[in-house]
Design a protein around this ligand. Structure first.
Ligand SMILES: C[S@@+](CC[C@H](N)C(=O)[O-])C[C@H]1O[C@@H](n2cnc3c(N)ncnc32)[C@H](O)[C@@H]1O
Length: 244
């Protein structure tokens, strides 16, 4: 099942206790910031910002000018209404080059590129909108065994491999500067997520239906099993935009 619809992200936000649709919530944000180090006043892009809490938290923590972009216009409408101090735009991130954006100094993406099959399109667009020397940080799932992952049906088939995360950005002038392995962190975070679901079963079943609760729980239990079996992993990849 896809959890990227507006209604399903709202459900995830209830489970996580904040408008996040990535594992690790605030802890993950601090991890990414410790590598990306946005500067005060720098223009920073949140690629696939969802409901907007991450972009708003990063703006407040760093005083950077954060712009959140997401395909889902309903989530962008929600983000604009809920976090008025941060700029949000509804768009496909592969089309960022067509938008009138200021030059970007840093880009980050929390669990959004896995859902986009066109990784070439993403990094090509990132290059068009960035300053030379811009940094990027991609916090995301990694497919270690794409066939086994497809059989589990817990994520779309577009989850990228480690080789893709190295080679595709490179083609568009993004040199990989570091890979932080998060396989075990994701397993810990998804165990915590399932515990939160179980603790709040009555409330979460009432918000939608008990069958929906069971379906969501099964999706995340399958994801945790993939993480434990090593068919799925996770990493923070960092990149720098190099001159051609
Ligand atoms: C799992 S959610 C993560 C949202 C947010 N980054 C967070 O951590 O809360 C993935 C988001 O990526 C967005 N997305 C996927 N493909 C996209 C694309 N090509 N352009 C813009 N947004 C995209 C989806 O609409 C969804 O809101």
């Amino acid at each position: 099942m896809t959890m990227n619809s507006f209604a399903n992200k709202e459900y995830l936000a209830r489970i996580r206790g904040g408008d996040f649709a990535h594992p690790g919530e605030e802890e993950a944000i601090d991890l990414v910031l410790s590598y990306l180090r946005p500067r005060s006043g720098e223009t920073v892009l949140d690629a696939g910002c969802g409901r907007g809490a991450t972009a708003d938290a990063i703006r407040k923590k760093t005083s950077a000018d954060v712009i959140g972009v997401d395909l889902d216009a309903q989530s962008i409408g929600y983000a604009k209404a809920t976090y008025p101090g941060t700029r949000f735009e509804a768009a496909d991130i592969t089309m960022l080059g067509e938008m009138a954006l200021p030059k970007i100094g840093a880009i980050y993406a929390f669990n959004s590129l896995y859902a986009c099959a066109d990784l070439d399109g993403c990094f090509s667009a990132f290059r068009r909108i960035s300053n030379a020397g811009a940094r990027a940080g991609v916090f995301d799932y990694i497919a270690y065994d794409a066939d086994a992952l497809a059989d589990s049906n817990c994520l779309p088939s577009s989850v990228h491999t480690t080789a893709e995360m190295r080679q595709i950005p490179e083609r568009h002038g993004w040199a990989c500067t570091g890979i932080v392995n998060l396989d075990l962190d994701y397993a810990i975070w998804y165990r915590r997520f399932l515990s939160r679901m179980d603790e709040n079963r009555a409330m979460l079943s009432a918000v939608r239906t008990p069958d929906f609760f069971d379906e969501v729980r099964k999706t995340y239990a399958d994801m945790l099993r993939c993480l434990e079996q090593g068919t799925l992993g996770a990493a923070l990849h960092t990149y720098v935009h190099v001159d051609a």
